[in-house]
Design a protein around this ligand. Structure first.
Ligand code: SAM
Length: 287
């Protein structure tokens, strides 16, 4: 872990979600949740002061850590300058070009490092305010990723893992479960961080397992359909869908898919939602 000189000491910048992990047992549990990484490339999101980075550097074949904060990125680069398997990139995880980083490359630029595409394991104690954006980006580039272990706000972990019919099942749960198998691993109190956040935290593991093929749905249109379905939480599913489909078309599709017209989106599992989507595909829209 990076030692911060007294003169450089500053509190975490809340606008970057800087709450640094100070619980070494939790650090070990997070790294272990990635499984055996000795032959893997690991992507760390927001390494900060390096709480996870040191252990990841020791255990992984190759580590790429992306930190947006210029000062922290520079300090990390100095700390790991003697570690040939570690690459610190100063950058925004929401803008990083994963294609260039992990896509196929002819030839090799660093000796001893295999640049062929391979599934990457992702880990991060996330800046909580951009959790959904980060997840959506990882899903978008899912062909590169295998296992993802993330520290998120506890409520977000619960929403991610919630099954249909639970009050916290929503767009985030449906989207995450469309792409991955999800496990809630353990929770952590604010005292595990410095400065402590105002909320409890939880670690989740996602194993990429996209269901688009088995549900027989095209990705972009089905995502749009999910957004429309969960548009207004208080409305029934058919009322949310009315913005785009004629009532007559909706009635026929609900019947064909075997879905009650009074149901709310959060009551339906992905299979039923996909059946409704397929029944509506090709049917006339309202606009
Ligand atoms: N991994 C460290 C730890 O566990 O102590 C730091 C975790 S802290 C909750 C989140 C880190 O993400 C901070 O270092 C912050 O500067 C960084 N960060 C915030 N937004 C980011 C972004 N868009 N891209 C990359 N890093 C970001």
């Amino acid at each position: 872990m990076i030692k911060i000189a007294a003169s450089e000491k500053r509190h975490g910048r809340p606008k970057l979600g800087q709450h640094f992990l100070v619980d070494s047992a939790a650090t070990a549990r997070i790294v272990e949740a990635l499984g055996d990484i000795s032959e893997s490339t690991v992507l760390e999101i927001g390494p900060g002061r390096g709480a996870l980075t040191s252990m990841l550097a020791k255990r992984s074949r190759r580590l790429i850590a992306i930190e947006i904060d210029r000062v922290l990125a520079a300090q990390l680069r100095m700390s790991f300058s003697q570690e040939p398997n570690v690459e610190i990139i100063e950058g925004d995880i929401l803008a990083i070009d994963f294609q260039t980083l992990f896509g196929p490359k002819p030839g090799s630029t660093r000796p001893g490092i295999n640049h062929q595409p391979e599934p990457v394991r992702v880990v991060g104690n996330l800046p909580y305010f951009i959790t959904s954006d980060i997840l959506l980006r990882l899903f978008e580039f899912r062909q590169y990723f295998e296992t993802i272990v993330l520290m998120v706000q506890r409520e977000v972990a619960e929403r991610l893992a919630a099954g249909p019919g639970r009050s916290d099942y929503g767009l985030l749960s449906a989207t995450a479960q469309l792409y991955a198998h999800l496990e809630e691993l353990f929770t952590l109190p604010p005292a595990a961080f410095s400065p402590p956040p105002k909320v409890e935290s939880a670690v989740v593991r996602l194993r990429m397992a996209p269901k688009l093929d088995s549900l027989r749905v095209p990705e972009a249109d089905f995502i749009k359909f999910l957004k429309l379905s969960f548009g207004q939480k208080r409305k029934t599913l058919s009322n949310n869908l009315k913005a785009q489909y004629e009532p007559r078309v909706l009635r026929a599709a609900f019947e064909k898919a075997g879905v009650k017209p009074t149901v709310r989106a959060e009551a339906l599992n992905l299979e039923k939602t996909a059946a409704l989507f397929r029944a509506l595909s090709g049917a006339g829209t309202a606009s």
